[in-house]
Design a protein around this ligand. Structure first.
Ligand SMILES: [Fe+2]
Length: 245
């Protein structure tokens, strides 16, 4: 019944106004109560899930559209990281619900960069200490942006902690190892790999072999060894499939 009461205002917005006005005009009568046609609890749960899914999808699309206009490179990066994160989550045996959450978190992990000044976001050279301080805030800003939509709340903390390190030297909270949710540890590995492959103004992107070697070099310090192992196996398998095709 709680789900029905949460769902009903959404359905009323969607169907109530237009249908109600038309039928009252035809019948010339008082407005009728809709209780008699209210969906039962099971239907309500299913509809609520679909409405929430739809709201989450539309919000994600709008946020990513804003970021794409601001920074096409960043938009491409988020697409790459989310595809890698989805595959890695599946390789680690997560169920489809959690795979979806990890994919969404990866898609939105840098959304807070939409609030970082261009002079820092697009700086050709290395950032100084003050600029880094500002840049690090993108995780907190991202969490705030994502938290504004209740349907996206389950991924808000994953966005916040997507730049933590396994050894506790990351940001914003300095969490270590299993203190960092697995979804955020997956995003961290996929984010770094995609960034390593990309060309920057001040350097060319690495080859896939070089990037995988770098992930292995940083396993246990920057990255979760279990996630790196699953990631590397997955990339090896994909490479083998590509070569065989
Ligand atoms: Fe990123």
């Amino acid at each position: 019944m709680a789900a029905a009461s949460r769902l009903w205002p959404l359905l009323a917005i969607a169907f109530g106004c237009a249908a109600g006005e038309a039928s009252r005009a035809r019948a010339g009568s008082q407005p009728r109560q809709l209780d008699a046609v209210a969906p039962g609890p099971e239907l309500s749960e299913a509809l609520l899930a679909r409405v929430q899914e739809s709201v989450a999808q539309q919000t994600r699309s709008a946020l990513l559209r804003v970021l794409a206009e601001r920074s096409p490179d960043l938009d491409e990066h988020l697409g790459g990281v989310s595809a890698l994160a989805e595959d890695t989550a599946r390789a680690l045996g997560l169920d489809e619900h959690d795979v979806r959450l990890v994919r969404i978190a990866a898609e939105l992990h840098d959304i807070g960069k939409s609030a970082i000044p261009d002079a820092i976001l697009n700086k050709a050279g290395p950032l100084d200490a003050d600029e880094w301080e500002l840049m690090r805030r993108h995780t907190l800003i991202g969490e705030r942006i994502v938290s504004a939509e209740p349907a996206l709340l389950p991924v808000a903390k994953l966005v916040r902690w997507s730049h933590e390190r396994f050894d506790g030297l990351g940001y914003p909270d300095g969490l270590a190892a299993e203190q960092i949710p697995l979804g955020a540890r997956i995003v961290a590995v996929c984010d770094a790999y995609d960034a390593m492959l990309s060309d920057r103004v001040y350097r060319l992107g690495m080859s896939t072999a070089e990037a995988l070697a770098e992930l292995r070099r940083c396993t246990g310090t920057q990255f979760d060894p279990t996630v790196v192992e699953a990631f590397c196996s997955m990339r090896r398998e994909l490479g083998a499939v590509a070569q065989a095709a």
